[in-house]
Design a protein around this ligand. Structure first.
Ligand code: SF4
Ligand code: SF4
Length: 65
């Protein structure tokens, strides 16, 4: 769960930093970095025009029947 930042694609524009409602994104050495606490809201994924952020797939819930 969470997001994945592709550091090759990230250009360090900083657009995603203020968008995060829980403030877990920061810019270090011109690359977006993620701290713990991401709620997977997806806001940063939408804002990044360089497609450097993507939501990680959540593992499917197991159902016992
Ligand atoms: S919006 Fe995208 S390119 Fe810009 S800093 Fe964030 S991850 Fe990097
Ligand atoms: S998915 Fe939402 S909570 Fe997680 S880093 Fe992006 S904006 Fe922040």
């Amino acid at each position: 769960m969470g997001i994945k930042i592709d550091l090759q694609r990230c250009v360090g524009c900083g657009s995603c930093i203020p968008i995060c409602p829980v403030g877990v994104l920061s810019l270090i050495d011109m690359k977006a970095r993620l701290r713990e606490g991401c709620t997977s809201c997806g806001d940063c994924v939408d804002i990044c025009t360089f497609r450097a952020i993507e939501l990680e797939e959540q593992p499917a819930e197991k159902k016992d029947s």
